[in-house]
Design a protein around this ligand. Structure first.
Ligand code: ADP
Length: 337
């Protein structure tokens, strides 16, 4: 029996941060043992917010992100790793699904409203592609008939929407796609160093996986802690502190001690951040070593992506052929190999 399928994509916006890692990448790595995994650098999605940068930087960002994936343990022999735009069938499926997706569903998605706010734009001024972001994401997932999608918590509304679209397609054209499910890690939402709800590159409140140890320390030292704790001797409230939240994942053996010292006012925040930085650096040391090795072979990533695109394309063509057949559309283009 063939293994169940996983799909996950990340926008290539450069090097990944510990939020991406704890929220999604650790699951992407783990699922390789029991699923047929397909992982895409979703470069077309990167264009939806107009901040994809120059064409050169978009390609460079794909490279940087895939290096992080490989260093974290994505195995290109086990999993299919490719760039979204190398399999343009996804854009055809996107157009077809957009015919059956009510605009109201898309306008209600919380991440759409957040993005509009972040871009300092209005719902009328943003690109049509941004509104359709979840339709493209649905196309990514169902083109490969994946039923499991490792993502962070912020993506859950998109997966819900994907399920709605799948239900609509299946009821109109017959059972074709499985309803995808989000697969969350134990840490589905990593808070930003500045205490904002989400660690994110755009908000510059993140720690890069690939950062040098000194850089990591410098960044963590800027983190906000309990705003009511002004002096070291003030008792702190670890339960509101994002540095303490990170301690739970990076220094699990020391959290009880840190909790006690913080609440009793015997350890200051600067000290506490130093211990966290050491924990982060220790935990990521192997990943960083592996990344440095991979960087020495510039063609390696490109070879993996080419092979991945060929493998992905085969599945994509078969699905699109089935969809076009069911929808009464021409298959001539697909049949001409
Ligand atoms: P970013 O928000 O930094 O631009 P993406 O939106 O490309 O990153 O997210 C890539 C993956 O990482 C998604 O599955 C997303 O849910 C997850 N992710 C991103 N930021 C976080 C975070 N702070 N906590 C948990 N998961 C996250």
């Amino acid at each position: 029996m063939s293994k169940p399928r996983v799909f996950s994509g990340m926008r290539p916006s450069g090097k990944l941060h510990i939020g991406n890692w704890l929220g999604a990448l650790t699951n992407m790595v783990e699922l390789q043992a029991s699923y047929d995994c397909i992982y895409a650098a979703v470069d077309v999605h990167a264009l939806t917010t107009d901040d994809g940068g120059s064409p050169e930087s978009l390609r460079e960002n794909v490279n940087e992100m895939v290096l992080d994936w490989l260093a974290a343990g994505i195995d290109p022999k086990e999993s299919t790793v490719f760039v979204q735009s190398a399999v343009p069938e996804v854009m055809v499926l996107h157009t077809l699904l957009s015919m059956m997706t009510p605009l109201g569903w898309l306008l209600r998605v919380p991440t759409f409203k957040d993005k509009v706010r972040q871009m300092d734009a209005t719902e009328e001024s943003v690109g049509y592609g941004l509104v359709g972001y979840p339709v493209l994401m649905t196309s990514d997932i169902i083109l490969y008939k994946a039923d499991t999608v490792p993502v962070g918590e912020d993506q859950v509304p998109h997966i819900e929407l994907a399920r709605e679209i799948v239900r609509r397609f299946n009821s109109r054209y017959g059972d074709t796609f499985p309803e995808p499910q989000a697969k969350l890690t134990e840490v589905p939402l990593v808070v930003g160093l500045d205490g904002q709800a989400k660690m994110s590159k755009t908000l510059d409140n993140h720690v890069e996986l690939a950062a040098a140890p000194e850089e990591t320390k410098k960044k963590i030292l800027t983190a906000f802690t309990d705003p009511e704790r002004l002096r070291k001797s003030d008792p702190g409230r670890p339960w509101v502190c994002n540095v303490y939240a990170l301690h739970k994942y990076f220094t699990p053996d020391q959290t009880d001690e840190i909790y006690e010292q913080c609440t009793q006012g015997t350890r200051g925040c600067v000290d506490c951040k130093g211990i966290l930085a050491d924990g982060v650096n220790a935990r990521l040391a192997d990943l960083r070593d592996k990344r440095r090795d991979l960087e020495k072979h510039p063609d390696y990533v490109q070879d993996i992506l080419l092979d991945g695109a060929n493998r992905a394309k085969e599945i994509a063509r078969a699905t699109l052929e089935e969809v076009q057949e069911k929808m009464g559309l021409s298959r001539a283009n697909l049949e001409r190999k």
